[in-house]
Design a protein around this ligand. Structure first.
Ligand code: TQI
Ligand code: CA
Ligand code: ZN
Ligand code: ZN
Length: 169
């Protein structure tokens, strides 16, 4: 079953702008834009939300960036594997990815050469769930389940994820 953050914080507007910072990653901007556009589309298909990319972080509700180690928010990243990414509850909007992971973007993670390869789109869909107000779910097939098997792609919302987000908004 789905869950929310304490107090069930949520966004009060339906159009959310996101900015992607490209420093600290070798993945190019066009690829990142495609991956996040697909990840946001999973959630907009199930909700009233519209997501648009903006070039300016100061204009954005959601800021996405890659960071390594201690990056100033009290939640330092831990190097390869372990914590892959984190996101804050509404309406903070920060979505951070561990820059030291072997990210697979627009590729087939099940065929990745590195055993530690992680599918960026799968993690993005999960973290956007947190950004919108979902906590973790006990349903194994859900996007918000707290673990992902290595070299797995999981990007399709499960019925549990849809019920969770539709009950919140
Ligand atoms: N990062 C954790 C996560 O996003 C951070 C976290 C732990 C957290 N407890 C939380 C965030 C409670 C919000 C609320 O879940 S993670 C997965 C999955 C992680 C894990 O690196 O462990 C994904 C990030 F589900 F695959 F295990 C993304 Cl998809
Ligand atoms: Ca890590
Ligand atoms: Zn962070
Ligand atoms: Zn999570």
């Amino acid at each position: 079953l789905f869950s929310y953050f304490p107090g069930s914080p949520k966004w009060s507007k339906k159009t959310l702008k996101y900015a992607i910072a490209t420093s600290k990653t070798s993945i190019n901007r066009a690829t990142l834009s495609q991956v996040f556009a697909r990840a946001f589309a999973r959630w907009s298909a199930a909700t009233m939300f519209h997501f648009t990319e903006t070039a300016s972080a100061s204009d954005a509700d959601i800021t996405i960036g890659f960071h390594a180690g201690d990056h100033g928010d009290g939640k330092p990243f831990d190097g390869p594997l372990g914590t892959l990414a984190h996101a804050f509850a509404p309406t903070n909007g920060r979505l951070h990815l561990d820059a030291t992971e072997t990210w697979v973007a627009n590729g087939d993670v099940t065929r990745a050469s590195s055993a530690g390869a992680v599918d960026l789109e799968s993690v993005a869909v999960h973290e956007i769930g947190h950004i919108l107000g979902l906590g973790h779910s006990s349903v194994r097939d859900s996007i918000m389940y707290p673990t992902l098997k290595p070299r797995t792609k999981k990007v399709k919302l499960a019925a549990d994820d849809v019920k969770g987000i539709q009950s919140l908004y």
